[in-house]
Design a protein around this ligand. Structure first.
Ligand code: FMN
Length: 464
């Protein structure tokens, strides 16, 4: 009863606070002065002007429709049912987003998320999905990969969707625009994307300010509203109600990559539950060369030293991970495994996008676009590298499996191939919030089907 009242109030707030202030004009959204209901209209630039006002109307109409339908439904449903409905209902927006250019759709999603216009996961994760890694408690192993919230604009809302963790970035030391647009291409029939963003980033100072403001809030929320799972594990551990990864990049024109990553560490590591050195984006010239044995060893040593020289509380510094490419030779993999083990790296993320073009995309009109390919066609390539690395490191280095995951079965395969955690990007971009509870439920089914009591039990099961 209480839950329903709360929910109803939340819904009222959603309709009155989020929907009412917006009206459509031919230039996009308009926001009315919230101090008064009078129409003292101040124009707010939310987006580059949408391609046509018709699409904007359709989008806002759908959002309002969802809220009204939700209002009608909430009076008869319990909290969990309502929450499930809201996630499913969010699917009706997918075709609307599909009408927009890929980058505009992405920007709109980030704005919606930063304004709290996303469903919130109220259902606790089953204890079977809980796991502990690096002294942090994850309520489930499914995370959002880097590149979606590059500038930490929507961390809380994204965590609120039920991700076990969210990785922001890549963040560069100095703000930079990235490559000219268009630079993101949808290969929809193939469930894939090609991007050559080239680290568009607001830079470490802006991101640190944003995280600084959110960090306090996250700490406060830890003691109040975050849902707990069956065994009492909270959404998240050290830093707040969710686990935050910070992915560091380098500026295009910088000639000293290590200095760039060190700057990132100095400015952002205080907010991170884990840090990532991204040496695998195909869109920054020379970056992937840092995966070579000597270059990687020198780089990791410098970054580890920078992190360890800082003052840390009792729980110690955030773990340091390296994100690698799926396009590596056997020799490269041997070298990376050697460096990872000898320098006691805390983890590897496997993998970034591929510059290869598998047969499955050969019919796409976008197949020849330069950039990194993500989504379904990357699944086998990245899972093979994951498996190889698990075998080479003999399971001693925690691995995050990323690339082409769009179902619980895919996530399960990554876990059985050696991943302790799994990340998604492209399937979330296409499928929206509904993908998250779906993957988690399917993963739980896979674990139960094969008699695993926890995610941890299944890690590397195929190669032990
Ligand atoms: C548009 C776009 C931008 C991305 N930007 C970054 C980035 O800034 N840093 C990074 O490490 N990975 C980035 N990635 C790669 C993803 O984090 C992920 O490794 C890759 O997409 C494979 O996962 P997926 O198949 O689930 O999408 C980006 C991917 C896409 C599609």
């Amino acid at each position: 009863m209480m839950a329903r009242m709360l929910l109803r109030n939340n819904l009222k707030r959603l309709i009155y606070e989020k929907m009412r202030p917006f009206s459509i004009s031919s230039c996009g959204f308009r926001q009315f002065n919230s101090a008064s209901s009078e129409a003292t209209a101040t124009k707010v630039t939310l987006l580059p002007p949408p391609p046509s006002s018709g699409k904007g109307m359709l989008l806002t109409g759908s959002m309002i429709g969802m809220a009204i339908a939700g209002g009608a439904y909430v009076s008869t449903a319990d909290e969990a049912t309502f929450c499930g409905w809201l996630f499913k209902a969010s699917k009706i927006l997918n075709p609307v987003f599909a009408l927009l250019d890929a980058e505009n759709a992405h920007n709109l999603a980030i704005i919606a998320a930063s304004r709290g216009l996303l469903p919130k996961e109220m259902r606790a994760d089953p204890p079977g999905l809980n796991l502990e890694l690096w002294g942090r408690k994850f309520s489930n192993p499914i995370g959002l990969a880097a590149g979606f919230d590059k500038n930490a604009q929507a961390v809380e809302s994204l965590l609120g969707l039920g991700f076990g963790f969210v990785e922001i970035g890549s963040v560069t030391p100095v703000p930079q625009e990235g490559n000219p647009k268009p630079r993101i291409f949808r290969l929809r029939p193939e469930g894939a994307v090609i991007n050559r963003c080239g680290f568009n980033s607001e830079g470490i100072v802006v991101v640190a300010k944003r995280l600084g403001a959110q960090h306090g809030k996250r700490k406060m929320e830890e003691t109040s509203a975050s849902p707990t799972s069956g065994n009492g594990a909270k959404h998240g551990g050290k830093a707040g109600p969710g686990i935050l990864g910070v992915n560091l990049g380098k500026n295009k024109t910088s000639e000293d990559a290590a200095a760039d990553f060190v700057q990132g560490v100095h400015t952002l590591s205080q907010f991170a539950d884990y840090l990532v050195i991204n040496v695998s984006s195909p869109n920054t010239p020379g970056l992937r060369k840092l995966q070579g044995r000597k270059q990687l060893k020198d780089l990791v040593k410098k970054v580890q030293a920078a992190r360890d020289e800082m003052q840390w509380a009792e729980e110690g510094p955030p773990p340091l991970l390296v994100k690698i490419s799926p396009d590596l030779s056997k020799q490269d993999l041997d070298d990376i495994a050697m460096v990872a083990v000898s320098l006691r790296l805390d983890g590897l993320i496997i993998s970034n996008t591929t510059i290869s073009r598998p047969d499955s995309v050969s019919n796409s009109p976008f197949a020849e676009e330069a950039g990194g390919l993500s989504g379904k066609p990357v699944f086998d390539i990245s899972t093979n590298v994951l498996k190889e690395m698990y075998i080479l490191t003999r399971g001693r280095i925690p691995l995050i499996g990323c690339g082409g995951v769009s179902s619980g079965e895919d996530a399960y395969k990554k876990i059985r191939s050696g991943a302790s955690l799994v990340q998604i990007y492209t399937s979330f971009a296409y499928g929206g919030p509904a993908v998250i509870p779906q993957i988690k439920a399917e993963l739980m089914e896979c674990l139960e089907r094969d008699g695993f009591k926890s995610v941890q039990e299944a890690v590397g099961a195929d190669y032990r």
